[in-house]
Design a protein around this ligand. Structure first.
Ligand code: HEM
Length: 402
């Protein structure tokens, strides 16, 4: 979880590292005495048990990028690439400039909670001769009847998730990651997203999506006793290969929102679709955002107050054999078509220890048609194995690739 950088501990300007070891830091902060704002100074840790970008709070800007290995590039090139990417991620997440050819785009800014997360897609393993190491959990997701998937914007050999609370910091990282790929890999698809900027609300709140709902209320929390079991691959005792210890599986879905249809609904109809109040996220059965939903409560006519097809009733772990996931999305908006229809929605990213006990059973149920289905369309899909975090001196994926 992101940690506030204490300005003054590592040098008066926090990020100034001078030229020690040949590394050039961003020394030109407005003045030696001007501390970075807390948004700029916030820093997530690159090294750790898990990769960054999974349990941290939502970031204001995000880039999701998939790469395919170039023809002729195999395991050796992939290992070298992950080594380069890890070195870049470590520097940029610490708010340091690149050692050479830095573009200066993030100059003057702190790391702004930058996280860079790396994953492997199903196709990576055949390309690198590592089929035996491919986790069963990477088997392709089932087809869902409501899918409208664009294959060119789905899956890929490698996946990189970049998030930061500053657009320039995020772009700077994206460009560095793309350049690091060099001749070894090229971009297959890219999606750009956003969330509320920290500080925009009077106090921290659950974020809203582009339908205006509070989205994330019932996410598992790191303090839950079963959080790790649900989200991360255990070090032993699972069917996963050992290189996936402490890793997680990311399901990525580009879900377009049919906003013209959605926005025609009355407030009451919108609230019935989700089963929660739009204003404060409280269940329709009463209380506040965090009040437990009363699934059995009926109105004067004997009808369920939270409709049987309400999205937040259908998706609950207790309605899906315990299936749970950590949803950590970005909203996206890619403009309007000639008729003024917005290409906007959710870059839905969810994390789980096993997609068959997370995304898949829940999406199977939603695919049969919950109240929300009419207002959304899944347009792209990816499933990626995200290995555990790199220890000091290690690169991400080293246990697979060395
Ligand atoms: C809950 C919106 C797609 C799984 C919710 C809530 C909202 C929401 C507003 C209630 C607040 C909360 O607990 O976060 C949306 C929108 C979607 C979407 C707008 C598409 C654009 C999906 C998909 C899945 C999913 C594709 C998984 C297959 C869940 C889960 C919950 C939830 C697990 C929490 C259930 C609970 O434990 O109470 N969603 N959702 N959602 N959604 Fe979605």
């Amino acid at each position: 979880i992101s940690r506030r950088t204490l300005l003054g501990t590592a040098g008066a300007t926090g990020l100034v590292l001078g030229t020690a070891g040949g590394a050039v830091g961003y020394a030109a902060a407005p003045s030696e005495a001007t501390p970075l704002s807390s948004v700029g100074a916030d820093m997530a840790m690159f090294h750790g048990k898990h990769q960054p970008g999974i349990t941290e709070g939502l970031q204001a800007k995000g880039h999701l990028v998939a790469f395919d290995l170039a023809a002729g590039a195999g395991r050796k090139e992939a290992a070298a690439l992950l080594r380069r990417w890890s070195a870049t991620a470590e520097r940029l997440m610490a708010g340091e400039a690149l050692t050479s050819d830095d573009t200066d785009v993030a100059r003057d800014a702190g790391p702004s909670s930058l996280t860079i997360t790396f994953g492997f897609g199903h196709s990576f393993f055949a390309r690198t001769g590592l089929e035996k190491q491919r986790p069963v959990s990477l088997d392709p997701l089932p087809d869902f009847s409501s899918d409208h998937l664009d294959k060119a914007r789905s899956n890929g050999d490698l996946w990189v998730q970049i998030g930061a609370n500053d657009g320039l910091v995020a772009f700077h990282a994206l460009r560095a990651i793309q350049k690091d790929a060099g001749a070894a890999a090229r971009i297959r698809w890219q999606m750009n997203g956003f969330n509320r900027t920290p500080g925009a609300t009077a106090h921290p709140m659950t974020a809203r999506n582009l339908m205006g709902q509070l989205d994330g209320t019932r996410n598992p929390k790191p303090t839950d006793s079963d959080f790790d079991k649900r989200i991360f691959v255990p070090s032993s005792g699972s069917n996963d290969p050992s290189w996936m210890a402490n890793g997680s599986y990311a399901v990525v879905r580009r879900i377009r929102m049919l906003l013209d249809d959605w926005e025609k609904l009355s407030l009451a109809a919108q609230e019935n679709v989700i089963g929660r109040r739009k204003s404060n996220g409280a269940p329709l059965s009463g209380g506040s955002e965090t009040t437990a939903m009363d699934l059995d409560k009926t109105d004067a006519k004997g009808e369920y107050v939270v409709p049987v097809n309400a999205h937040s009733r259908i998706t609950r772990p207790d309605q899906n054999g315990g299936a749970a996931m950590l949803r950590r999305p970005f909203s996206y908006h890619d403009g309007f078509d000639a008729n003024g229809v917005p290409d906007a929605g959710l870059l839905f990213v969810c994390w789980q220890a096993d997609p068959l006990r997370g995304f898949v059973p829940v999406q199977r149920k939603l695919d049969r048609g919950d109240a929300l289905s009419k207002y959304i369309r899944h347009e792209a899909s990816g499933l990626f194995a995200v290995p555990g975090g790199a220890a000091k001196g290690e690169y991400v994926g080293q246990r697979l690739l060395e």
